[in-house]
Ligand binder design. Structure first.
Ligand SMILES: Nc1ncnc2c1ncn2[C@@H]1O[C@H](COP(=O)(O)OP(=O)(O)O)[C@@H](O)[C@H]1O
Ligand SMILES: [Mg+2]
Length: 233
């Protein structure tokens, strides 16, 4: 479904992603793990059309999507739940969710809003509350629900557990599993490597802008260097 080949991306003259290749198949949950500053968010931004690429290719459903504007990529069925949540703080929970469905007919959104409120009962209670007044975990739920409102084929998550209370992290893990069970394809960047390897089918390890290791989640969880670097064994 998503095929990234020899991707090179950077900021101005500074290249930070040096020829990265990976695939995400339909219905798969694939994780990208690696230390801070490795280039994970940079790759996700390039996929979503938020950063121009310097080289390589990004194909989605067989079509070249590299360097297309973000709204085009959203229309094709890719949604992003960004790092730091990026909810619209001065808008209500409901308004944030509606915005997530902006590529769709407004009259089609009602059942999806109901579905999101069922998935996140806490958001139903807070539907009229300004998103900026919610806890970090609740804002993460808004960001996840907002992304799902686009009915994406591929949903991309950038560090959903970052800065969230441990009790709520379990809820987010559970949410990711439920989303996967609905058939949505997932690309997950997650600093909690143990969580990423529990949820994902496969993973790629990115260091300094290059893939250094890849395999099934079970293989990587057994790998000594992954255990030393990321799992605290
Ligand atoms: N807006 C930016 N301008 C310049 N450099 C950036 C910018 N954002 C990130 N970088 C640099 O790109 C590298 C990769 O960052 P990032 O993709 O955010 O890493 P990760 O998500 O893996 O922690 C880092 O060295 C970071 O300092
Ligand atoms: Mg990042």
């Amino acid at each position: 479904m998503l095929d990234v080949k020899d991707l090179r991306v950077g900021y101005g003259p500074a290249q930070v992603v040096h020829g990265v290749s990976f695939q995400v198949g339909a219905g798969e949950c694939v994780s990208l793990i690696g230390p801070n500053g490795a280039g994970k968010s940079t790759i996700l931004k390039a996929i979503c059309g938020l950063l121009p690429i310097l080289g390589g290719a990004i194909r989605f459903d067989g079509q070249d999507i590299a360097n297309q504007p973000g709204y085009r990529i959203a229309e094709r069925g890719i949604a992003m739940c960004p790092e730091g949540r990026q909810v619209f703080p001065e808008m209500t929970v409901l308004e944030n969710l509606r915005l997530g469905g902006y590529t769709r007919r407004r009259s089609d959104l009602r059942p999806d809003l109901d579905e999101m409120m069922q998935m996140f009962p806490r958001l139903r209670e807070r539907a009229k509350q300004l998103a900026g007044t919610l806890s970090g975990g609740e804002q993460e739920m808004v960001a996840i629900a907002r992304a799902l409102m686009a009915r994406p084929k591929l949903c991309i998550f950038d560090e959903p557990s970052l800065g969230i209370a441990p009790r709520v992290v379990d809820e987010i893990e559970d949410t990711l599993r439920r989303i996967k069970a609905t058939g949505v394809t997932i690309l997950l960047v997650e600093q909690s490597v143990s969580m990423a390897l529990r949820v994902a089918d496969r993973a790629y390890v990115l260091e300094a802008g290059q893939i250094v290791l890849q395999g099934s989640s079970a293989e990587l969880a057994d790998n000594a260097s992954v255990q030393n670097a990321y799992l605290g064994h």
